[in-house]
Design a binder for this molecule. Structure first.
Ligand SMILES: O=C(O)CCC(=O)C(=O)O
Ligand SMILES: [Fe+2]
Length: 378
């Protein structure tokens, strides 16, 4: 018998955890019986040991003393140590800004496929443009043949638009005509800057929490080698999702330092509990941003901070006829934060003990990210 949670209610409580106190998000759920495959959330088991911490960032932004800053910095670092994911509230980005970016994103995806295809993503080094359903299959596999087979059989059921820094000398963003989606370019460029600034603040907190100088990362992330990804998950017939291995986004880790994830209220994002290997929902909480650590931050920190597996599955489907059910559409926005392209990512001075081996060979951001993108996109 398989159970998934339905319409979870979010509540908060305070716990003392690893010597510090933080508010955490718990889920109380009515359990309903439902037959599903892995990509329909079958693997979600109730797990009282798993909590994505909810952290109030206003305490860091307006801290009146170093010790006050330090408390929030420790909460953030402990969240990335334990789970690899946090919810950030009072982060300073107004709801109205996020709503507007979602609206412009929806307008973009409503354009005819022929128009979007003219802006097609072409090169992992550029990592810019429109990616239609079927071109990407995110996975942890590093075997090119295996990835190609997966992509052929069960690509991620999503379309995305990728945007990079607009002033890059070599790689140009692929913008729709201004009259096709008025204000799209300006909205996305402003949001890119806003997300970069939040990223910089969170990296300051991470530096403090890792016993580094607060400004340690500043000259290693200031070139804005980031990627703003708009995601659209169209409604899908349940029968299609029930094909073996098909998911909205397969299990994967992200590649950079941090991902700032903005999701709508539909749900479906799941995070692997690193201790039990079971997936748990990262239920949308209004007013928060989900932030996860990526592979480069894990490598930088010698795995002190975790780059945790996550995936997007289908939330419960709605019946549209006696024989067919449809899973509702979903929209999300991911801002993948990266160090500078040429930054050498080698074990941080505070993340290994004397004489202890470093887990990873140094790598530049560009080598790592272009390598991962080349493997998973075609
Ligand atoms: O859409 C989501 O909630 C997550 C997307 C994601 O994990 C990704 O694009 O890397
Ligand atoms: Fe991801």
């Amino acid at each position: 018998m398989i159970f998934v949670s339905s319409a979870p209610k979010v509540h908060f409580r305070s716990v003392s955890h690893a010597g510090f106190s933080m508010r955490v998000c718990g889920l109380s759920s009515r359990r309903i019986e439902r037959r599903t495959l892995a990509t329909l959330a079958e693997d979600v088991k109730s797990d009282s040991t798993f909590r994505i911490p909810l952290i109030d960032f206003s305490k860091f932004r307006s801290a009146s003393s170093p010790s006050e800053k330090r408390r929030t910095a420790d909460e953030i670092v402990n969240g990335f140590k334990e789970v690899g994911f946090i919810y950030l509230e009072k982060h300073g980005i107004p709801d109205s800004t996020i709503k507007h970016v979602f609206q412009k994103s929806a307008e973009f995806f409503r354009l005819p496929i022929e128009v979007k295809s003219q802006l097609a993503w072409e090169d992992p080094r550029a990592n810019r443009g429109f990616i239609q359903i079927g071109r990407e299959r995110v996975t942890q596999s590093s075997d090119a043949d295996e990835i190609a087979k997966l992509r052929e059989k069960a690509p991620d059921f999503k379309e995305t638009m990728e945007i990079g820094r607009d002033w890059d000398k070599i790689w140009k963003n692929r913008w729709p005509q201004e009259d096709a989606v008025p204000g799209f370019r300006e909205t996305m460029l402003q949001f890119f800057q806003t997300c970069h600034e939040l990223h910089t603040s969170v990296m300051r907190a991470i530096a403090i929490g890792l016993e580094l100088d607060e400004s340690f990362f500043e000259d290693k992330i200031h070139e804005q080698y980031h990627n703003l990804r708009l995601l659209n998950y169209p409604p899908i017939r349940r029968q299609f999702l029930e094909q073996e291995g098909q998911a909205r986004a397969g299990a994967h880790s992200d590649y950079g330092t941090l991902t700032l994830l903005f999701q709508d209220s539909v749900g479906g994002l799941e995070v692997e509990n690193p201790h039990t290997k079971h997936y748990q929902p990262a239920t949308p909480i209004p007013g928060t941003i989900v932030i996860n650590a990526g592979d480069l931050l894990a490598r930088w920190s010698n795995d002190v901070l975790r780059s945790t597996l996550h995936r997007v599955v289908a939330p419960p489907a709605m019946k549209v006829s006696a024989t067919e059910s449809v899973t509702p559409a979903r929209q999300s926005i991911a801002f993948f934060c990266n160090p500078n392209a040429g930054a050498q990512i080698a074990c941080l001075p505070t993340c290994s003990n004397v004489g202890q081996e470093h887990k990873y060979a140094p790598v530049t951001t560009e080598e790592y990210i272009v390598g991962r993108l080349s493997a998973t996109l075609h």
